[in-house]
Design a protein. Structure first.
Lengths: 144, 144
DNA sequence: TTAATTCCTATTGACTAGATAGAGATTTAG
DNA sequence: CTAAATCTCTATCTAGTCAATAGGAATTAA
C-alpha cells in the first residue's frame, strides 16, 4: 500500500499539472482545493523540491510549480520520493539495492526471482504513467 | 516492501515444498534450517494454517505440512496472508476494496487508473508463481 | 517596514513490526 | 497410564514509522 503522503503528493502534483506547467500556486490554495492538511503538505512539497520534482519561490507572492515538464514526471518518480523503492524486497531494488539478511545464494533464490519479476512489472507501469497523461485524462473526462 | 514475516513464511513454505508435498516437518527443524526465530515462526505457521495454506498435527510427533498441492499455493496467496492486499491502494484492491478518503470521483481519478494497472501487473506475476515452480527451480539449480 | 510566504527543526500520538515468554491443549512413545 | 514432546493461544515489550502539528527563521513583494 502507498502512504497517505504519496496520495497527497500525487494529488498536489496533479493539481499543478492541470493548472499548466509554468504556473505557480501557493501551498494554502493546493491544501484547500485538495483537502490536504496544510503543514503536512508543506513538508511533502519540500521533499519533492529537494529532488527537483517541483520548484519554489519564497516570499510575499511565492508558490510552487512543477520542476520539469509534466510528461517527464512519472508516478514512479513521485512514489520513490515519498515511499522509497518500488521493489518488494531490497534485493530486487534497482534504486536501492541491498542484500537480504541470511540470503543463502541470491542467484538461486526462488523468492527473489518472483519478486524481481513483480518489480519489473510494476516499474514498467509506473514509469510509463506521468503527470501529463494523467492530467490529460482528467481534462478529457470533464473533471477539470 | 514485503515484511520480514512474509519472507519467513515464503522460506518456510518453500522448505516444505522441497521436502515433498505429503511430508510433515516440525517447527524447530524449519526454524533451525532456515534461521527463523522459533517463536515467531510458530505464529506465522499458525496464521498460514487458519487460511488452509498449511496443515498441522499436534502432539508428540506433530508437525506441519502443506495444506494443498504446492502448485496451488501461489506467492500471492502467501503475501495476502502475511502482508494484506497486493494493491497499492484500497480503492484498487480486489480482495479488500475500500474507497479512499476524500475521493472526488473514483471513475475519473487518474491516480486510481495508474494504481489499478500496477495492481493487475503484479497480481498477474505473483499469482502465476507458486511453490511447485519455485521448488523445481531450486532443485534444478542444485540448491536442494 | 510590514505582511505574506516558503523553509526548517522538533515534537506528539497512534499504530505496527518483529520478537519473546509462558502456560494450555493434544498426541504418542514407552 | 504416564511422561515427554509438540502445537496452540494470549499477552507483552521495544523500537520504529506514519500522520499530523507547532513555532519560529529566512525571504521577498508591496
Amino acid at each position: 500500500m502507498i502512504s497517505q503522503k504519496a496520495r497527497y503528493a500525487l494529488r498536489a502534483l496533479l493539481f499543478l499539472a492541470v493548472r499548466g506547467e509554468g504556473t505557480s500556486v501557493q501551498i494554502s490554495e493546493i491544501a484547500q482545493s485538495e483537502r490536504i492538511p496544510r503543514k503536512f503538505l508543506e513538508a511533502i512539497l519540500l521533499e519533492l523540491k529537494k529532488t527537483g520534482i517541483v520548484r519554489s519561490h519564497r516570499g510575499r507572492s511565492g508558490g510552487y510549480s512543477l520542476g520539469r515538464p509534466a510528461k517527464d514526471i512519472s508516478f514512479a518518480d513521485v512514489l520513490r520520493v515519498t515511499d522509497g523503492p518500488l521493489a518488494l524486497s531490497p534485493c530486487v531494488s534497482v534504486m536501492a539495492y541491498r542484500k537480504c539478511d541470511n540470503c543463502f545464494d541470491e542467484a538461486v533464490c526462488a523468492i527473489r526471482k518472483a519478486l524481481l519479476a513483480a518489480r519489473d512489472a510494476t516499474a514498467q507501469i509506473l514509469e510509463s504513467r506521468n503527470l501529463a497523461t494523467a492530467a490529460a485524462q482528467l481534462r478529457r473526462s470533464g473533471a477539470l
